[in-house]
Design a protein around this ligand. Structure first.
Ligand code: HEM
Length: 134
């Protein structure tokens, strides 16, 4: 067999992240988003909410079967979260975050992964300063 450095479609698709790979990043960003808002670092909370949105958009491209579901999630669940981040309204943020978390777990059920129930860790992440800053 001839060995070359050319990339076939098979090589390229093997290099793409899988759904679970992206979801690990979504879960991590979601956790950071919650605690950044709790700590009063609103720009950081908004950064992580945008990161969740962009990871989910990327997932919709890589897995077209989830595209419509993810677009609905973005408008109905992330929309209110972004609105709360914009106005720095902690009560509205908590409501939107809880509703979006419940809905994510419903999505897991509907996509055949009902055993994946995301929950907010008790502990805040320790890698970033979650305070309001200067
Ligand atoms: C902020 C919202 C969400 C969070 C925090 C979240 C979190 C997670 C986590 C932590 C996993 C397990 C990853 C692993 O350890 O391997 C997972 C898997 C999964 N999630 Fe989500 N998720 C969210 C929203 C969604 C949405 C909207 C969908 C709709 C398509 C979805 C579909 C899936 C699927 C299909 C899997 C199974 C992955 C596989 O194919 O192996 N998730 N999610």
């Amino acid at each position: 067999m001839r060995v070359t450095d050319e990339l076939s479609d098979e090589h390229i698709s093997a290099g793409l992240p899988g759904t679970a790979d992206l979801m690990v990043l979504v879960g991590n960003s979601w956790w950071h988003c919650a605690y950044a808002a709790r700590g009063g670092n609103w720009p950081l909370a908004a950064f992580y909410a945008r990161r969740v949105r962009s990871l989910q958009r990327r997932l919709g491209v890589i897995r077209p079967k989830y595209k419509e579901r993810l677009a609905t999630y973005e408008s109905t669940m992330l929309g209110p979260l972004f609105a709360a981040l914009e106005t720095q309204d902690r009560a509205a943020f908590d409501r939107a975050f809880a509703a979006a978390t419940d809905d994510a777990n419903t999505q897991h059920v509907e996509t055949g992964y009902g055993y994946i129930r995301w929950q907010l860790p008790d502990e805040a992440p320790k890698d970033l300063d979650l305070g309001p800053g200067r």
